[in-house]
Design a protein. Sequence first.
Length: 380
Amino acid sequence: MNLDDYRQQIDRADDALLRAFCDRMDIAAKIAACKKEQDLPVLDSARERQKLKTIAEKAGPEMEDYATVLYALLFELSRAYQGHLLDKTTELTRQITAAIEETPRLFPPKAQVACQGVEGAYSQAACERLFRMPSISYFSSFDAVFSAIEMGFCQYGVIPLENSSAGSVKMVYDLMIRHNFHITRSVRIKVDHNLVARKGVKLGDIKEIVSHEQAISQCSAFLEGLKGVKITRCANTAAAAKMVAESGRTDLAALCSRNCIELYDLDCLAEAVQNQRNNYTRFICISRNLEIYPGADRTSLMMVLPHKAGSLYKVLARFYAQNINLIKLESRPMPDRDFEFMFYFDLETSVYSPEFIQLMGELQTISEEFKYLGSYSEVV
């Protein structure tokens, strides 16, 4: 036999598999009807475990792993189909539907906004991209920004989440676990770090450079070329520029935005010293209330999954079954819990389809903790 003959055999096997799959899903629909009558949950964990054990035994040692993966996916598809047929709403799905209907059509042009840092911070630039006339309140830490939103001191907060070269802002992800908030919009800001000092200072005079740890990481190649210079971390790039301006020192410099040069009356010793020219930071705009503005095509979630094999796979299978593109996956250890992680997901999906609402309800049933952060669009 040649390759074409084997391919014909594969085609016949696939036809048989497809017929069996459609039959199986039809039976799953009838099971869903029975569960609806008896008010039973879609997931029967004990039944699935026993089925997988039986399938592994029947498949034999060579095919055991492959068969288990295949049937685990089949179970996910069956449950997703049953959930669709049952059309069960939850408190969360009702909140999402209400937010879609009740949120104003236009994003507010002005608002009271919380940012971390001082005048000249990159968060200020992000804020001014999101709002036409923001009234900005500056706070000393990201934690304080989250708290300002939770307690209603400010309507919105702007927080950096990730950088194209230095990666995620880990501290922010850790704070997201602790605080209650919703994401209403995001924006990407081009970041150019400049080395600045007091008037008349030369590059050769510099003995210490201060900046935020993310800026230091993004400018690592430039800093490595400066021999004998101390690198000191501080809370914010703009705060670093202000520190230099007020220090009176002629051997101190800062990495900061160009806006800080004029704002704090400094000289630029070196322009755009970041490792990558296309250096962008993504900021999120957070609020206490759930707001979903028209055009929302991105959704952010946080989940704590059972600490056992296949837990993350089951979530990813749901996304795949709904043809949802996963843009970002981040994991952070849970405080005071051994070997448990919070998973952060960014999904590219429309919020206006019934399948999306259904999925949000289903994910709650397969996670130990589930946090819907919001659906929003990104300003480019």
